[in-house]
Design a protein around this ligand. Structure first.
Ligand code: UDP
Ligand code: MG
Length: 309
């Protein structure tokens, strides 16, 4: 125990009382088998079920279990940021608490980091989630690969490993919303993606509603590029030019054929089109301004109510 950990495992937890006992047992067995010093850090992200007591109990029984407790729910990525600040290992592994990613895959990731990779991603072999969960992921993968410039098959799979230097770099990023797999890849040179098994969520329910996924997507886009706002700018110019050409066309038509009388509804269509674009553009600008506001307020990103170290 006194040894400095070689492996830090981070587990963000939100109301996972049904999965925790099995998870802890399987993590313990897997990590003991590796035979290197390790620590398991659970981040209790504002759970309202028995999760808190269970984690306390794990900590009391096993010195390598540490617990960080937030005062409320801040989201999976903030939980991981907190974990990164506390982790002491030469490598850090993140894993979901719901047992969808089998802990038995961890040695494969450890092996890759030991080989010198800085980020080890994983992709889920025949992913066992509903189409409503998979479709947003598909879009995220495409967008992230483009924005970050590193093509990965599965940015969403949170069973991942990071080398010490990458964790240190991420600790230097005090942003209040972020998407960790993308952030890590902006720092890393040696990245590898390996295949892991994926299981159905047997206990508890997914903590991501479609609305939360949408928010995560906005985090991703606005955090990693100015692309959306630039795209809107270009679109605005194109539409203005088209509008101008259309006005000329109508003017010429009036001279040749005479005034248009029954075009009222065309006008409505055009109007709605423009109003739509404007609102969309305002929304995008709002996204950025909202984020700037969050950053300049400099509120703490999360508040740790209690730590069991
Ligand atoms: N989680 C969390 N805070 C949240 C949402 C989720 O700590 O606000 C944890 C959750 O307990 C689980 C992991 O993040 O350990 C992944 O969540 P989930 O399995 O619900 O996501 P999905 O598998 O649907 O992507
Ligand atoms: Mg899950």
């Amino acid at each position: 125990m006194a040894d400095k950990p070689y492996i830090s495992v981070l587990v963000p937890v939100l109301n996972e009382q049904e999965s925790l006992p099995e998870l802890q047992k399987r993590l313990y067995d897997t990590l003991e088998a590796i035979g290197k010093p390790y620590e398991i850090i659970y981040i209790n992200d504002g759970s309202t079920d028995r999760t808190g007591e269970m984690l306390e109990d794990f900590h009391a029984r096993d010195g390598s279990v540490k617990v960080i407790e937030f005062n409320r729910n801040y989201g999976q990525h903030m939980a991981l940021f907190a974990g990164f600040e506390y982790a002491k290992g030469d490598m850090v592994i993140t894993i979901d608490a719901d047992l969808q990613n089998p802990p038995e895959e961890i040695p494969k990731l450890v092996q890759k980091i030991a080989e010198g990779y800085e980020v080890v991603g994983t992709y889920r072999k025949d992913r066992k989630d509903s189409v409503f969960r998979r479709l947003p992921s598909f879009i995220v993968n495409k967008i992230t690969s483009k924005l970050v410039g590193v093509k990965l098959r599965d940015y969403g799979c949170m069973l991942r490993a990071y080398s010490r230097n990458i964790v240190d770099y991420m600790n230097m990023c005090p942003e209040s919303s972020s998407f960790i797999p993308a952030l890590a890849n902006t720092f890393a040179k040696r990245i590898v993606e390996i295949e892991v098994a994926h299981e159905e969520r047997k206990k508890g329910t997914s903590k991501y509603s479609p609305f939360r996924l949408l928010r995560l997507n906005f985090d991703l886009m606005t955090n990693f590029s100015l692309l959306p706002i630039q795209f809107i700018g270009v679109l605005g110019v194109v539409i203005a030019v088209l509008g101008f050409l259309f006005a000329i066309l109508l003017f010429v038509r009036r001279l040749v054929i005479g005034p248009e009388v029954e075009g009222t509804f065309t006008l409505f269509a055009i109007l709605f089109f423009f109003i739509g674009i404007q609102i969309f553009a305002l929304g995008i600008i709002g996204e950025y301004i909202g984020r700037i506001y969050q950053e300049v307020r400099r509120r703490p990103r999360f508040i740790v109510k209690r730590e069991l170290m």
